[in-house]
Structures are given as structure tokens and as C-alpha cells.
Write a protein that binds this ligand. Sequence first.
Ligand SMILES: [Zn+2]
Length: 349
Amino acid sequence: MKHAIVTTAALAMGALAGPAVAANCLEVTLTGVQGGPPVFRGQGGSGTLVTYGTEENNCRDVLMQFDAGRGTTQALSKVGVQVGQISAVFLTHMHSDHVEGLPDMMQLRWHFNSTGPKVPLICSEDTEADQGHVVSCAGFAEHIGDPMIESGEIAQRLSESDVRLPGGPADLIELATFADTDDPVEVWQSGDVTVSAIFSRHIAGHASFRVDTPAGSVLIGGDAGNDTPAPPRSSSTSEQVEALAQGAEVIVHSTIHPVMGPDGSTGFPPPIYYRQSTATDLGAMAARTGAAHLMLTHLIPPMGAPRQGPYPLPAPMTEADYSDAARDGGFEGNIVVGTDLAKLRIVGE
Ligand SMILES: [Zn+2]
């Protein structure tokens, strides 16, 4: 576990002014950094917890979960967050490694928190892929409890409690979808916190998010890549993400190492490589947008792994391999090469 505690100049100034008012703060926790469907050494599936509040409340007045891959419930419990406390869930896209932890989260919340608030689930509207199938967050949400309904588990638990919602976990979701947009749209708001979204390239319906709070702003890129699906192009990163990231202090982004590219020896499929953003191009983008912190997550390949799924590596990647690649892009700020539960705190005034 790695904690990068960051204190801004604003805090130092606030400290001089005296402790009369609790400082507000923002915290970003990587709930899982596994890149793609494989699993290596028990790494959590892709996801990021962003919380905002006062230091007195451990920055936890508003708790936003972005993607919820394998093991998100466990990751949250390791940082002292119960699924019943999550204010809203945002999904970048419907790849299984970003969403398969959500049925578990919702089942648990239905079990113990049926009388509490519903969970806003914010994601893109149904989108037809180039191949003809429809990518549907709404369909996923509507059927999120179906295996447990089919097994009789929901009926069993309903017979034991009259406060649980009759339709199972799906009844606890308050779905809010947004339409394909090249311009940022505000998709959620709570107090001083707003979340905006923009469509970005990866698979159909992929979106990236930005969280704005009085303590700072966080860009959640998801698996975004460039609109031009293969070279020649100026960058593997997304122009839409770059526009949304302008001025944000923190960029959290899925990352692929150039070792997986077609120039290497891994045999990794080039189209899968090209639809991700490379560590080097992310470093260049973060430099251009003026970010202070670049959190590399969803690492392909995982640090220390001999292979990515079936694709063997010439040598396991190290933290330095990733940070050096991002530095090669020209980024001079703080780089967090993601490990499960890596955390960054920004303290405002
Ligand atoms: Zn993906």
C-alpha cells in the first residue's frame, strides 16, 4: 500500500491563519489497478474512489466511486468505507473489468441498506457499436440482481425482512444516463461538488469524467484513447479528455506501457494496444494541461507480472519503467504509478 499525502500551499497559508475553520479536502484512492480482464497477485479490478469533505470528516462528506471492477467492495472496506456510504457510482464503460464488482456492491447495499437512499448510477445512454451490437449500461443496471433472483436468494432474503426492496438490488439504483457529447456536460451535483462527463474513444459509449470541488479537481480518464484508432496520429491520448482535464490538479488514467506495442515482442493485438493511452503520451498530456499529479492506473501490464494474460513480456515491468515512460513525455509533476489503495489527498482552504 502506498500513500502519497500531498499538501498544497493553500493549506500552509490556512495553517498560519489559525484553525478556526476546518479545511476542506479531496482524496483520490485507487480501489483497483488491474489492467483488463486478467488478474495478477490478487489486484483489484479497475476503480477509483474520490471523496470530498472537511478534514474533520476525513474528506468524506461526498463519496464517488468511478468504475467498480473485481473486488471493489473489499477495497472500500480496507479504507473504512461501507458500500452503504457511497453517494454515487459513475461508469466509464461497460467492459467487464470496470463493472463486475458492482453487482456485489449493490447486493450488499440491498441486503443492509434498503431503507437508505438509492444509488445514483451515472453512465452513457445505450450506444450502438460499429459492429452492430448495443452497449447498454441501462440493461446492466436493470438486470444487476438477476442471478440472485433466479437462484431464489432474493426471495429468501425478502422472506426474512419486510424492509428490503421487492425487486432486489436493481430497485436501489437510480439510473441517470447522458447522451453522446463532445462537449462536457454536468451529470451530477451534490453541494459544492459537480461531476462533468464527455464522450471519449475506447469502445462504444465510453466516457470520461471530471470532478470539481472547492479543494481541487480530478480528471478520471477511464480507458480513453485517441479518436484516430491507429498511427499515424499525434498522440494515443484523447483530445476530449485533454479538453476536460485543463487545469485539473489530478489526472487518473488507464495506462499501457509501450512495451506492449507492435514494435515489441509480446504479440499483444495492435488494435487493443492502440485503443489505450500510453504512459509516455499521458505524461505529455498531463504536462500540457498543467496537472500537478498523474495517477497511472489500470496498468497494462501489471508491475512484476511475467505476462499480460497470455502475452509474455521480455521482462517484468517496474515502477521506474512506468514513471520513466511518463517522464519521457515531459511531465515534471508528481507521478503515482498505481498500486491498490494508493491514495492522494489535496487540502484546500
Ligand atoms: Zn476497457
